[in-house]
Write a protein that binds this ligand. Structure first.
Ligand code: NAD
Length: 352
């Protein structure tokens, strides 16, 4: 069966989806709907337009709905689409609360429609590179994974600055960064500690640091801020650092540049060279003896966010399982709720 999409919400992400889906031959975009007519001024020829989701669900010959309306309307969109028997590709965050997700899951089970969430950043180049290094065990026993994203202009916009629409950076990039970490480290999380702040935005978070203690000994640290002022051309920074007992991976950028620095044995009790610093001599922080450090390039990884659609379209037809499942997005949502609780109480929160 060819997937025949109706796209709900033709704003930023609606445009991105339609442009990408139109280039594929395993699906078609039949219709879009948006309550704001102006947004649909540039809908490509041949695609039907509707001014409400009800009208599109009633009239368009579609078997699948792609939900790209603001976050607070996801539940309504899922409910209406499922009741009309449409399969659903829902944008992240799937829901604003676990209660909302419970309701969605009930309706999905009752109606038997297929459902997945657009966590396409599982196929990002920087992330897949870090994941490949982690999976390869080349760093020995990994104890820390740092995933960081910084913006330097405070640029949050539109409904994202209002909590009632599901605004804030935790619901925005936070969902992706947490999902990536959980998809990388296959272990239970024992506790969560978080600092979540509204630095310049009155009502929504624009900074967070989340520390996850995994049962397998890894500590995952996720940090995002949209307002670290800087005077440079580049307006964001994306970093990964993975530390193991036999090596360290450094990666900068969405097109990752970096290296792996490793050894073939544990460097315990190795005499270093005394180094003079402005604060006096140091041995612990001087260079190691020669010949112990091996520097390697990052692995070459082939990936593309469109792999998400490959899986979705096949899974709708029962040819594969969905890579992004309801239990996974539930875990991310639960973790965000724990992070908010930790930030409120300034205490770590027991998790799984
Ligand atoms: N996966 C990703 O990387 C990614 C990136 C950006 C946004 N998103 C998600 O996509 C969704 C949309 O975000 P956006 O940035 O495109 O927002 P947007 O404001 O640019 O677009 C939303 C559109 O929905 C329309 N709309 C509002 N209420 C509607 C309704 N009841 N029926 C039909 N249309 C309606 C608006 O008029 C607007 O055109 C959000 O859930 C967001 O979190 C995901």
């Amino acid at each position: 069966m060819k997937v025949r999409f109706g796209v709900m919400g033709y704003g930023f992400m609606g445009h991105v989806h339609v442009e990408k889906l139109m280039k594929r031959n395993d699906c078609e975009v039949i219709a879009v709907c948006d309550t704001n007519q102006e947004k649909m001024a540039d809908v490509p020829d041949g695609i039907e337009t509707y001014s409400s989701m009800d009208e599109m669900l009633e009239k368009a010959d579609i078997n699948t709905v792609l939900i790209s309306v603001p976050n607070h309307i996801h539940l309504e969109a899922v409910e209406k689409s499922a009741r009309k028997g449409k399969n659903i590709l829902c944008e992240k965050p799937v829901a604003l609360t676990l209660d909302e997700l419970d309701k969605m899951e009930e309706i999905i089970k009752e109606t038997g429609v297929k459902f997945s969430v657009h966590q396409q950043r599982r196929w990002d180049w920087d992330y897949r590179t870090a994941k490949e290094v982690y999976d390869s065990k080349t760093l020995g026993n990994v104890y820390t994974i740092q995933s960081k994203l910084y913006g330097f202009n405070g640029n949050m916009h539109d409904w994202h600055v209002y909590p009632e629409f599901g605004g804030g950076m935790l619901f925005d990039w936070g969902v992706h960064l947490i999902d990536q970490m959980l998809f990388m480290v296959d272990s239970k999380i024992t506790s969560v500690y978080a600092d979540v702040r509204n630095v310049i935005n009155e009502k929504v978070d624009d900074y967070f640091k989340i520390i996850l203690s995994f049962e397998n000994g890894v500590t995952g640290e996720i940090e995002l801020g949209t307002y670290f002022l800087a005077d440079k051309e580049k307006w964001f920074e994306r970093h990964w650092m993975i530390g193991g007992d036999k090596g360290t991976m450094y990666s900068d950028g969405f097109a990752p540049e970096g290296k792996i620095v490793r050894t073939t044995r544990l460097l315990t009790n190795v005499p270093g060279k005394t180094t003079m610093t402005a604060s006096g001599p140091t041995r612990s922080f001087g260079p190691p003896a020669d010949g112990l450090i091996i520097t390697e390039p990052l692995p070459k990884v082939v990936t593309d966010q469109s792999y998400y659609y490959d899986n979705f379209n096949k899974a709708v037809n029962g040819e594969e399982d969905f890579v992004v499942t309801i239990p996974q997005v539930r875990r991310v949502l639960k973790l965000m709720e724990a992070a908010r609780e930790s930030a409120r109480t300034h205490k770590s929160v027991d998790f799984e």
